[in-house]
Design a protein around this ligand. Sequence first.
Ligand SMILES: [Zn+2]
Length: 400
Amino acid sequence: MAGSLLITRIGELVTNSPAEAGGPAGQGGQGGFALINDAALVIEDEKVAWIGPSARAPGADALVDAAGRAVLPGFVDSHAHLVFAGDRSAEFAARMAGEAYAAGGIRSTVTATRAATNAGLRAGLHRLAAEMLRQGTTTFECKSGYGLTVPDEARSVALAAEVTAEVTYLGAHVVPPEFDGDPGGYVDLVRGPMLDACAPHSRWVDVFCERGAFGADEARAVLAAGKARGLMPRVHANQLSQGPGVMVAVEAGAASADHCTFLTDADVAALAGSGTVATLLPGAEFGTRQPYPDARRLLDAGVVIALATDCNPGSSYTSSMPFCVALAVRDMRMTTAEAVWAATAGGARALCRTDIGYLAPGARADLIMLDAPSHAHLAYRPGVPLVRAVWRAGRRADLG
Ligand SMILES: [Zn+2]
């Protein structure tokens, strides 16, 4: 779109912008949750050029009348596993009927993913990316981790790079069956030839540090090797039980420790004293019928929280950030403001992005308009498709 666009008569403009929050500036222009009522916003090229009261809006080349609807930063989904094949709905149904979730369930997706063609994997990936966009997600992270051979992990990150800049190498997702009895041999592969093949397509390195997956020393080795290749660390930590994951993440300077469901006081203190974001993934607890993470304990300790979907075929097959916001508000006792901040600015923090997650001059023009007058409707009206329009980098998305 050439020229400028004015969106006017916005009932509630969520900005997450320090100027409106009145508090200290956050990283890269993100502040606390903040909003302007009766607002307007101007987009020029790919960026936000102006925000303020509707009555003082400048002219622009084109106009959209929001008619009192809410406008928010696009959702930033900082944790998703989208490159896979196969269907695990029968496993979900069995789990809902009483069977326990175990990390080893990943292996069934690995078998299907290895057998899939590139075209098949690409089709699934693009379907999920479109699904996310329709629900207001303008930036998402995408992990490998269902190939677990050098060629299958390499094609996974290469495919992910077709749809996002936030590509994560997760060779250390689970030890594949051919390395049963030799986890050390697999770790050597992950931090050696597999890393060599995946690093050129990846920004991040991740490890599932959990009983049944990888231990602390193995996780440290994988993260160190990734860092040596220029990848930034993030960790699947403390999802199923207390363990070393959070401490490994903080020690490594990880951008994020993800899940954080079972934490000791020392884990909470370590997160609060670090730059590591706690990314909470309530879709996983929903999909496995596990206790939700204690968001209030983390918030009260001063930990920065992001919310993300963990979209994956095993434990959390939702691509919906509004659903995660609703869970966070209803079941994790986050306020609507805290949950929306965590799903936008929090996700941006978890991805070390300073251009997204807020709306102020200079921010990337990633924004959504709801068919509702306030952000609270995301939790107040769960399951309802409220996202009416999406702009990504200043361009209105075709939501089909
Ligand atoms: Zn995950």
